[in-house]
Design a protein around this ligand. Structure first.
Ligand SMILES: [Mn+2]
Length: 325
């Protein structure tokens, strides 16, 4: 839950704005794009006389181009006196990718509002509405909209539901709280196009991605410690045409093997071997495993990078000739 005073103060700041600039983090995911576009459209409804600019360092990925307003995202902000800035889903200035080229976005004198759910948020703005209990930034945007009586249209609800879905892995991750289900109900009632999101975000994959996943799945081996491990070489990336971003999600399939303590994918990237480790179990700490290789992360998701390349280990054993007679 947010502090109501902060919500009211934000509304006061926005009422006095000459223009409103809305930002999300670079390499936008569903929550970044959903909250960016949802907030843009909400502001246009609440302040029809004001100019609202929608800014992200990078273009929305293809899977999110179906969202209303995706085409209006610009990449180079120009801040003027009187502007009010809103930052979404960004734990710190550098995640916008604009902190070096546009330090004025984060100066003391800038009128800014920071809306986020990362516990690591550095409270870098004038008003900071950070709720680590929220599963997504979109969930917080819905709360703000309802407190301020901003109108949720079907397009807005679709954008915001996209973030709620993607940051909870389609309502499957352990952060899927009662508040998440309540937010989903609120957005569906507002007319969110749930099946559009399922189609574009969850039931879509590039052919190159599927081919890379095929290689990952084919090469799974089970270790003596109860790990499901697979590896992706430079050759696999080259042969399938997929890049490392296509690996996102593949590791969940490795963890699907019954009885596994953890899963790990090793991949070759820029002269290094990257390891991603995940577990679904409470009695396994993959951050500790990663720390043995100078890596780190969370208890359930961690990673490391070591210089070198992958070499496949083939185990041979001698077997008797088959009798052909
Ligand atoms: Mn998020």
């Amino acid at each position: 839950m947010l502090n109501r005073d902060d919500i009211r103060k934000s509304a006061d700041l926005l009422s006095g704005a000459s223009r409103i600039l809305v930002f999300c983090h670079a390499n936008p995911d569903g929550d970044a794009m959903g909250s960016l576009l949802g907030m843009t459209l909400l502001l246009e409804g609440a302040y029809p006389e004001k100019t609202v600019l929608t800014i992200c360092k990078d273009e929305a990925p293809d899977t999110l181009q179906f969202l209303t307003g995706a085409e209006r995202v610009t990449h180079e902000p120009q801040v003027r006196d009187g502007d009010v800035l809103i930052f979404l889903d960004s734990a710190e200035p550098k995640l916008t990718g604009l902190h070096e080229s546009h330090p004025d976005l984060f100066s003391e004198s800038t009128q800014s509002i920071n809306i986020d759910h990362h516990p690591t948020n550095t409270n870098f703005a004038r008003i900071n509405m950070v709720d680590p209990d929220a599963a997504s930034a979109c969930e917080i945007v819905v709360e703000i909209a309802d407190v301020l009586d901003w109108q949720l249209t079907p397009d807005i609800a679709t954008a915001l539901l996209t973030g709620v879905y993607t940051d909870t892995g389609g309502l499957l991750h352990s952060n899927t709280s009662v508040a998440v289900y309540r937010t989903v109900a609120r957005l569906l009632r507002a007319g969110a196009h749930q099946q559009e999101i399922v189609k574009h975000v969850f039931r879509t994959a590039e052919l190159s991605t599927l081919k890379l996943w095929g290689r990952v799945l084919e090469k799974i081996s089970i270790t003596e410690e109860g790990g499901a491990v697979s590896a992706v070489t430079k050759g696999d990336f080259a042969a399938t045409g997929a890049d490392h971003t296509a690996l996102t999600g593949a590791i969940d399939y490795l963890n699907a093997v019954p009885g596994m303590r953890f899963s790990m994918i090793l991949s070759e990237r820029d002269g290094k071997v990257k390891g991603s480790i995940r577990t679904l179990r409470d009695d396994v700490d993959v951050a500790e495993m990663a720390s043995k290789f100078d890596g780190g992360g969370h208890k359930k998701a961690a990673g490391f990078a070591l210089p070198g390349r992958l070499k496949s280990e083939v185990r041979w054993k001698v077997v008797e000739d088959e009798q052909t007679t």
